[in-house]
Design a protein. Structure first.
Length: 448
């Protein structure tokens, strides 16, 4: 009987171990909640003081505290680590708020993030300053970028599109009100196209006008024509389209001047023009020319794009530029245009110089992270902005058919924009567009 009980206990233990192993591989959130989080929390609490001391993240205590320790508590005066203010478990890791003592700054903690990651046995440690004197350690217990699934609540809204997942488990969003223009770089098979599909899939569900510039004969954006207000597939047509956008931009500025406001969103809703997102698939195709006689047209197109980057944000025209490389080697105006593209997303690239083109001027520390992206992990990228912050992200797998299906489902959101009528995709000509916002009041010249 005793042998039978022992066998049953062993079988139960084996089944439990097998269940945990299965959960770790197939349901990592469940495994983290049941096993990983308690173990990591305990390891953190047990080793915190010694780890901070070894990593050089402690300071000498104040004179009063040292006096109390030495004369009242009769104990040894030891360096002081950051004080733990809060530990908050999440479905992917731990968020720990620390109060920094005098003498430490957030950069000190960030510089030791790799050492802290190994010391506490977590997948990654991201340091974020929450307010002066306080930082948050965002520990990730497992590789959330191995199989990316955006939370159900991550849906497009206003001008915010959830595009990817950060390595700390939070959602990376493309917010056009905060970051109006952006540049996406990446080599072939790096996941750049998947990023664009997710972006178009989200934008298609919003009341915006989508304008496609795909000089590769429309092979990328042609399948989304049902949701595009305009689509051009050659540099010549792109130049004419950009000229039309400049004309629309100037009319919108006249409208702002008429109502004495400085931003599109300050206008009354019934007078506000529809926002426009210009999707440039391969920017290099707008720079390359085959003969000297084409250079003036190329220079004009590039300069008009620079004008859009400099001024169009205020009137609700946003640029989303994509390419494999982007630097001065493309030609005149390339660096001027890049300087206007605030948001940067860089996938795996073929050389360090390309990474420096995308991130070196805004987040130099992120260049090294780009060069370490493995070829077998398409969709992984490094996202940065002019604040100097950056993070690893990965977009969920989205097929062209899925993105095209969403575009067809929301084809009724295509606004009526007369200035774009010459550039409407051919397969839309039989479908009447949805009326845009009520007719705008055109500014009248002032007469004596």
């Amino acid at each position: 009987m005793a042998d039978l009980v022992t066998c049953i206990e062993l079988a139960g233990a084996a089944a439990g171990a097998g269940g945990l192993g299965y959960a770790k591989a197939r349901a990592p959130r469940v495994y983290w909640s049941l096993v990983g989080m308690p173990l990591t929390w305990g390891r953190f609490a047990w080793n915190y003081n010694s780890t901070m001391d070894v990593c050089g993240l402690t300071v000498q205590p104040s004179g009063f505290r040292a006096f109390v320790k030495r004369n009242v508590a009769r104990s040894e005066v030891r360096p002081v680590p950051p004080k733990i203010r809060r530990v908050r478990p999440t479905s992917t890791g731990l968020h720990i708020t620390l109060r920094l003592p005098a003498g430490l700054e957030p950069a000190d903690i960030a510089a030791s993030s790799e050492r802290l990651r190994h010391a506490f046995g977590v997948r990654s440690v991201t340091v974020t300053e929450t307010k002066p004197g306080h930082v948050e350690l965002r520990m990730t217990g497992w590789d959330v970028l191995s199989r990316v699934r955006l939370p159900r609540k991550a849906t497009p809204r206003d001008l915010v599109v959830p595009v990817a997942l950060r390595e700390d488990g939070t959602v990376f969003e493309r917010d056009y009100r905060k970051v109006p223009h952006a540049l996406t770089l990446g080599a072939n098979q790096s996941g750049k196209s998947v990023y664009q599909r997710n972006l178009i899939k989200g934008l298609a569900q919003l009341p915006v006008g989508l304008i496609g510039i795909d000089c590769k004969r429309g092979v990328e954006q042609g399948r989304y024509a049902s949701r595009l207000s305009a689509l051009v597939t050659s540099p010549e047509d792109a130049g004419r389209l950009i000229d039309a956008l400049i004309g629309e931009m100037e009319e919108r500025f006249d409208l702002l001047a008429l109502h004495q406001v400085s931003d599109l969103w300050e206008l009354p809703a019934d007078l506000r023009p529809v926002p426009l997102v210009v999707l440039v698939d391969e920017i290099a195709e707008l720079f390359f020319v085959t003969s000297k006689k084409d250079e003036p047209a190329r220079d004009k197109t590039v300069m008009q794009l620079v004008r859009l980057g400099q001024m169009a944000r205020a009137v609700g025209i946003y640029l989303e530029v994509c390419g494999q490389r982007f630097g001065s080697d493309l030609g005149k105006g390339a660096t001027a245009l890049r300087a206007q593209l605030t948001g940067r997303v860089v996938h795996r690239v073929n050389d360090k110089q390309t990474a420096e083109m995308g991130l070196g001027d805004i987040a130099p520390d992120a260049v090294i992270a780009v060069t370490t992206i493995a070829p077998d992990r398409p969709g992984v990228a490094v996202a940065g902005d002019t604040s100097g912050g950056w993070s690893r992200i990965r977009t969920p797998e989205t097929t062209p058919d899925e993105a095209a299906a969403v575009c067809r489902a929301f084809a009724d959101l295509v606004p009526e924009l007369p200035f774009l009528a010459p550039f409407r995709p051919v397969d839309q000509l039989a479908v009447p567009p949805r009326p845009a916002s009520p007719p705008r009041v055109r500014p009248q010249p002032v007469t004596e």
